[in-house]
Design a protein around this ligand. Structure first.
Ligand code: GLP
Length: 266
């Protein structure tokens, strides 16, 4: 696992966006061989999307041959609901880039046939050849997408019931009203994320300290779903000093030294 510790959120977001752009360009995607990007919602990726939009507007990156799969969606929220993840993605990213509508995949939270919806999603990922890069945020309890603690590491796209902590945390987007937060969601599985060629996880702020400590320093444990990234061949955690603050000084020094050495080598 590669760990980057940056001074603040903005530098995390900028680095992440630039890395995504680098990977897309390096891949040289075409209509027949598109670059496949897994995407999250939440506050953590917003700066990444803003930077990608900025660089797109400056003519530095095109999303014409990029296919996206979003991680999750609330059950019962129509796509145009202000808090649906579908609306979030259009408002914060898709409306401002040149991605083709048919290249955007999102789980339909209004379906009544969850099993088929989830199976079709997995099939669609397979059909395009798998995800090249999955970008993730992390919940305060270490969840990735909506894979709550104790989710199976082998899980695929499915329906999940949210934990009280996640409902409480996400109620900030619903005017602080926990009753407004749908308790059920559709989410890609941990197995789905782990199948990606590469996984990036972005975390910032004090409230992510414990989740980041457990992800990086503790053993792989399904009670901290993100800790499974220790088992991924190409996983990068990008966090700011605040989120990294509970890591041992030695751990911080080790990862910072590696990045310093990488810079010298370039
Ligand atoms: C939600 C999303 C996750 C996201 C998490 C953290 O639960 N399903 O994908 O990582 O929130 O959100 P934030 O980045 O706002 O802290």
């Amino acid at each position: 696992m590669r760990v980057l510790i940056k001074p603040d959120y903005d530098s995390c977001a900028k680095w992440t966006a630039e890395y995504i752009i680098f990977k897309i360009k390096q891949f040289r995607p075409t209509a027949n061989k598109p670059f496949v990007l897994g995407l999250p919602t939440g506050s953590s990726p917003i700066g990444v999307y803003q930077e990608l939009i900025k660089q797109h507007k400056e003519g530095k990156i095109s999303f014409q041959n990029v296919v996206t799969f979003n991680m999750d969606e609330y059950i019962g929220l129509p796509p145009d609901h202000p808090q649906s993840y579908c609306r979030f993605m259009w408002d914060n990213f898709f409306n401002d880039i040149d991605i083709k509508k048919e290249n955007i995949y999102m789980l339909n939270g209004m379906t009544t046939d969850y099993v088929s919806e989830c199976r079709n999603y997995e099939d669609a990922i397979k059909k395009v050849g798998g995800v090249n890069l999955f970008l993730c945020g992390i919940g305060t309890d270490g969840h990735i997408a909506f894979n709550e603690p104790a989710s199976s590491f082998a899980s695929r796209t499915r329906i999940k019931l949210l934990k009280a902590e996640t409902i409480k945390s996400n109620s900030r987007f619903f005017g602080g009203n926990q009753n407004e937060v749908p308790a059920k969601v559709l989410t890609v599985g941990i197995g789905t994320i782990m199948d990606a060629d590469e996984v990036l996880l972005i975390a910032s702020g004090k409230n992510k300290q414990e989740a980041i400590r457990q992800t990086i320093e503790c053993g792989v444990n399904h009670l901290c779903p993100a800790s499974i990234l220790q088992m991924h061949e190409h996983a990068i955690v990008i966090c700011d000093d605040f989120a990294a603050d509970k890591l041992r000084p030695d751990t911080i020094k080790y990862f910072k030294n590696i990045e310093r050495a990488n810079m010298v080598a370039k």
